[in-house]
Design a protein around this ligand. Structure first.
Ligand SMILES: Cc1cc2nc3c(=O)[nH]c(=O)nc-3n(C[C@H](O)[C@H](O)[C@H](O)COP(=O)(O)OP(=O)(O)OC[C@H]3O[C@@H](n4cnc5c(N)ncnc54)[C@H](O)[C@@H]3O)c2cc1C
Length: 183
């Protein structure tokens, strides 16, 4: 059995150290040829690596439709999926500082999601200590889509007992063993 329930993983397997980190996203109307590639401020790394503070960072990505995806925000302790207007305003303001023309565009949708975070900022991929036949594949924070192929490789190799092509140690759930003492 693989617990790959993302930010909800801890609800299914007791003792997992996975917390929710809320994020907002905005998608604009279609503005073909306005933006050709993703733009991210360097401060995004700082924002992504802070494990305690709420933050926003400029991160825009063009869609094939001509729409522009605007991010990103990070919030701890926010369990509800409702849009937080203050956080949203901060995020959009930040984006406009880097790209003022965004201010004249129409947004067609705003939504939120939850990233799955771990204390050491690395995902949990492998056997779950304290459980027989339970594997974990969660805790990918803001990189779970980008790293999904690597996660699948790591997981399959461990489930089938194949010599892993990628070092598994940094991602083994057992590294956080004290978290499982009460599981
Ligand atoms: C605002 C925001 C922006 C992001 N931007 C990026 C980005 O640019 N690049 C990137 O790589 N990643 C990004 N991410 C992170 C990415 O979305 C996640 O890392 C990725 O989706 C994790 O994949 P997952 O399959 O582990 O979990 P999820 O995609 O969360 O999938 C978990 C699944 O488990 C299901 N589930 C939950 N609870 C239960 C239950 N009790 N029973 C059964 N099923 C259950 C859910 O319905 C869901 O289908 C972003 C996340 C957010 C919130």
């Amino acid at each position: 059995m693989v617990n790959a329930a993302g930010a909800n993983a801890a609800e299914l397997t007791a003792g997992i150290d996975v917390k929710k980190r809320k994020g907002h996203l905005v998608i604009t109307d279609r503005y073909p040829r306005f933006l050709r590639h993703q733009l991210v401020e360097l401060g995004y790394l700082k924002s992504a690596h802070s494990v305690s503070r709420d933050s926003v960072a400029f991160n825009v990505q063009p869609r094939r439709t001509g729409q522009i995806l605007i991010g990103s925000s990070r919030q701890y302790g926010a369990e509800h999926k409702e849009v937080d207007q203050v956080m949203l305003a901060n995020m959009v303001r930040r984006a406009q500082e880097y790209m003022p023309a965004l201010g004249s565009m129409s947004a067609v949708r705003v939504w939120t999601g939850f990233r799955a975070t771990t204390a050491d900022k690395l995902p949990l991929i492998g056997p779950c200590p304290g459980y027989k036949s339970v594997f974990l594949a969660t805790g990918h924070e803001g990189l779970g889509i980008t790293t999904s192929l690597g996660t699948a490789r790591l997981l399959v190799d461990q489930v089938t007992g194949t010599k892993p092509e990628i070092a598994v140690e940094p991602y083994l759930p057992s590294r956080t063993a004290k978290e499982y003492a009460h599981a």
